[in-house]
Design a protein around this ligand. Structure first.
Ligand code: HEC
Length: 272
């Protein structure tokens, strides 16, 4: 009993650490448990996010392994763990903590939950685990608190890196431009307007090179909106300048909603 209390206390601590690391809000119901309980009463846990503390039994494939709470027990107690982001293999016999959704092993169910992941189990393992309880892991932590399934973003091309630098300047530049418009300051509007115009022109060129016509068109509209601001300001028509400036912000979301993608680690990419 005493050991069990200690075990669950350390699971709770580990899970808290994993959540902080992953910068995710903890799911409403995170159920700490052993692999044996999942094997014994799968229906109680299916569909829930569980934290399983278990012993690694064997490596099944590049992204999967099995755990066993009590290797000496008889019956089907080994549980398959699928960790799409597994990049360090756990050692057989090691104690680890797995956080993920308990489900039944079924290729279609995995495909629906883990977008972009390809099952890599050998045929015999596919047959062996078919329909059995498993965990689709988002986190696998070993005894030294090392995350074995850390998400590694795919590499960016030099063009994408340059475009990212452009995007990071757009918001502050728009902020400065609007301040200039609010203050009816022609010099600020001229300088910041030229800068923002160039940033959107680079955006347009980036999408032109990729032949993404719609994004190219929207970036062109943003260039035109900035030019409308600077022209009106140069003509001392501040009402028109304000009106033109107010049309720029909605253009950001319009393009982001379609052409920007948020990765698991919270960073952004151009949708491919
Ligand atoms: C024509 C398309 C388009 C328009 C217009 C556009 N963006 Fe973006 N933006 C993107 C894409 C695609 C990404 C994702 C690529 C990236 O982050 O490197 C992005 C990423 C960003 C990022 C995230 C950068 C990072 O990695 O942290 C910021 C901030 C941003 N945009 C601000 C803006 C603002 C503010 C506007 C409007 C004033 C705007 N963008 C207009 C396409 C656009």
């Amino acid at each position: 009993m005493r050991t069990r209390t200690l075990v669950s206390a350390s699971v709770v601590m580990l899970v808290a650490t994993i959540m902080v690391r992953a910068q995710q809000a903890p799911p409403a119901t995170l159920v700490p448990m052993t692999a044996a309980s999942l094997a014994a009463q799968p229906d109680r846990y299916l569909g829930q996010v569980v934290a399983v503390y278990a012993t690694v039994e064997s490596l099944v494939s590049k992204t999967t392994f099995s755990v066993d709470q009590n290797p000496k027990a008889t019956g089907p107690v080994d549980i398959l763990i699928i960790a799409p982001n597994l990049n360090i293999h756990p050692k057989p016999g090691a104690y680890i903590t797995i956080v993920g959704e308990a489900m039944r092993f079924e290729a279609a169910a995995i495909a629906a939950k883990a977008k972009g992941y390809t099952l890599d189990l050998p045929a015999d393992a596919m047959a062996r685990y078919q329909g059995r309880p498993m965990v689709l892991a988002t986190s696998v932590v070993d005894g030294t608190m090392t995350e074995l399934a850390k998400f590694v973003p795919p590499p960016v091309t030099p063009e994408e890196a340059a475009f990212d630098a452009v995007m990071k300047q757009v918001n502050p530049t728009l902020g400065e431009l609007r301040k200039g418009v609010e203050a009816s300051d022609a010099a600020i509007v001229k300088a910041q307007g030229a800068k923002l115009r160039d940033l959107f022109a680079e955006t347009r060129a980036f999408f032109a090179k990729r032949s993404v016509a719609q994004a190219q068109g929207w970036a062109g509209e943003a260039v035109a909106a900035v030019e409308a601001v600077t022209k009106s300001a140069a003509a001392n028509n501040w009402t028109a300048a304000k009106e033109a400036a107010s049309t720029i912000q909605p253009m950001c979301a319009q393009c982001h909603n379609v052409f920007r993608e948020r990765l698991e680690d919270g960073s952004y990419r151009v949708k491919r």
